[in-house]
Design a binder for this molecule. Structure first.
Ligand code: NI
Length: 177
């Protein structure tokens, strides 16, 4: 399909609340998801949400294969998630470093729920219901935030923990959400 331009922080469209998808398995929805996949792959991202390409719908995709560069990063299955709902399993938060395709070249330390249940649908309208933790839970929270107009820097507790990749993590090749 096509690699789309990713909006960058400062664009007001990234701050809007996206609206639910009303019809599944449509050519328009399939085309959007193909574009999101092409864009995520081209930019070597871990996830991307429709608002990041200027489409105000509650659609996100994510997935991380096992990567020798990140032996500690647990793989996350490739997922198309439409109209998601998140429910933390408890109040336990965990700080972790995040990057974002809309905030290129930077990293910030962000608190996220450690364990959660998420529900939603794939592009065909098939229900998804998973209970996850750790990095998978973090990626889902990051992508779902995009659907509510929230970018990760808005969640950093201490802005001293926000900076440029090459300064914070010299010599490392990092992936963005
Ligand atoms: Ni992001």
């Amino acid at each position: 399909m096509a690699i789309r331009e990713v909006l960058k922080m400062g664009d007001p469209r990234l701050l809007e609340k996206a609206r639910p998808v009303e019809r599944f398995d449509t050519p328009g929805l399939h085309a959007l998801i193909a574009d999101l996949q092409d864009t995520m792959k081209a930019l070597d991202g871990a996830g991307i949400a429709a608002p990041q390409v200027g489409v105000g719908l509650r659609v996100a995709i994510f997935g991380v294969e096992r990567n020798p560069r990140y032996p500690d990063a647990e793989p996350v299955p490739f997922t198309v998630l439409v109209n998601p709902a998140l429910a933390p399993l408890d109040n336990e938060l965990e700080e972790g470093w995040e990057g974002c395709l809309s905030v290129p070249g930077m990293r910030g330390l962000v608190p996220r729920y450690r364990r959660l249940r998420y529900q939603g649908y794939n592009q065909f309208g098939k229900a998804i219901d998973r209970t996850v933790g750790g990095f998978h839970a973090r990626v889902v929270q990051h992508e779902c935030d995009h659907l509510d107009g929230v970018l990760y820097p808005m969640r950093i507790r201490d802005l001293r923990n926000f900076g440029f990749n090459e300064v914070l993590f010299p010599g490392q090749d990092l992936i963005d959400d």
